[in-house]
Design a protein around this ligand. Structure first.
Ligand code: TRP
Length: 333
């Protein structure tokens, strides 16, 4: 039996951080063993909000690619590609736009939320409204069965399923209905306790040097009520403890939590344990990263071979789409 298909994408809208690693990349690496996986760099999606200044786009695309590979994505197992190198995504997007009621897009929660939250850019654009539909095209063009995403992306999956049904109703069964594979992961706090996000400047980046990682953890916020070494603290109020929950063993978690509550351990020592464990996860990544950065030609080959494979799969679907919509060759009349 043919393997089921998995598809997911990541936007090159900034450098990747440890939240992207535990929230997406590690899961992608697992899935490549079991499914036929398509993973891509969603550069067009990044343009929907960062169209005015594209000066850093290339750098971010490279950062995503290098980190995907360093985290263990294997081009021999998964197809790794760049969205803008597969024009079929745009063709399907325009065809799907014909059957998409405006209200469906206006109702997607991320549309209004992001428009309101982002004040330094004009997101009153056609491209930004169409963001979820472009995502639908990404998914449907590979006839993906599963789409691993975080909870924030679930509304985009829902609209994709609605578009899928609407298309199949009009033109016949072309697309299987994709399912979201919810990646359950605790929220990764940034160094100031808020959600880790480049807009807050509180990220530990995968491209940070060991020194930078150490420095960021050392100056990280802890329980704000624990001022003196002898003060007792509440680990739940410390973002350091929340990172321990992700990166440390159960024994270490219990040890630092108990130590925090009883003032048995100081914040510096608690942070040292976290630094040790972060290094354990990041060291193999740093090693591979350095190898890839020395061979830019290999990176280019990987992305162009992946995009070529993706193009083949996308073209097959597009032939069926054109046929279903009666846009194929009139000579066949
Ligand atoms: N919107 C996704 C995000 O910001 C990225 C993305 C674009 C995506 N196209 C996709 C994810 C298709 C899954 C499937 O995380």
């Amino acid at each position: 039996m043919a393997k089921q298909r998995v598809l997911s994408g990541i936007q090159p809208s900034g450098k990747l951080h440890i939240g992207n690693l535990v929230g997406a990349l590690q899961n992608w690496v697992k899935l490549q063993e079991q499914y036929e996986c398509y993973y891509f760099i969603a550069d067009w999606h990044a343009l929907t909000s960062q169209y005015a200044d594209t000066s850093q786009l290339k750098e971010y695309i490279k950062d995503v690619l290098v980190n995907c590979l360093s985290a263990g994505l294997d081009p021999a197992k998964a197809t790794i590609f760049q969205q803008s190198h597969v024009p079929g995504h745009a063709e399907l997007h325009v065809l799907l736009s014909m059957i998409t009621p405006l209200g469906w897009l206006e109702r997607v929660p991320s549309f209004k939320e992001k428009q309101e939250a982002v004040t330094d850019k004009d997101l009153n654009t056609y491209g930004f409204l169409g963001y979820p539909l472009l995502q639908s095209a990404d998914i449907l063009i590979y006839r993906a069965n599963y789409v691993p995403v975080g909870i924030d992306q679930m509304p985009h999956l829902e609209i994709t399923r609605e578009i899928c049904r609407r298309f199949n109703n009009f033109y016949g069964e072309v697309f299987p209905e994709p399912e979201g594979l919810l990646t359950e992961f605790p929220k990764v706090p940034g160094t100031d306790g808020r959600k880790m996000s480049k807009t807050y400047g509180n990220c530990i980046y995968l491209s940070d040097t060991p020194k930078e990682v150490e420095q960021k953890v050392r100056t990280m916020m802890t329980d704000p009520q624990r001022i003196k070494r002898t003060d007792k603290g509440d680990p739940e109020l410390s973002p350091v403890y929340h990172l321990h929950k992700i990166f440390s063993t159960k024994e270490e978690q219990d040890q630092v939590a108990e130590g925090c509550r009883t003032a048995g351990i100081g914040c510096i020592d608690c942070k040292k344990i976290l630094i040790k464990n972060l290094f354990k996860v990041l060291e193999p990544l740093w090693e591979k990263r350095n190898v890839f950065l020395e061979k830019p030609k290999d990176l280019e080959d990987i992305i162009s071979a992946g995009s070529h494979k993706a193009n083949n799969a996308a073209s097959e679907t597009m032939e069926q789409v054109r046929k279903a919509m009666k846009l194929d060759n009139i000579v066949s009349l």
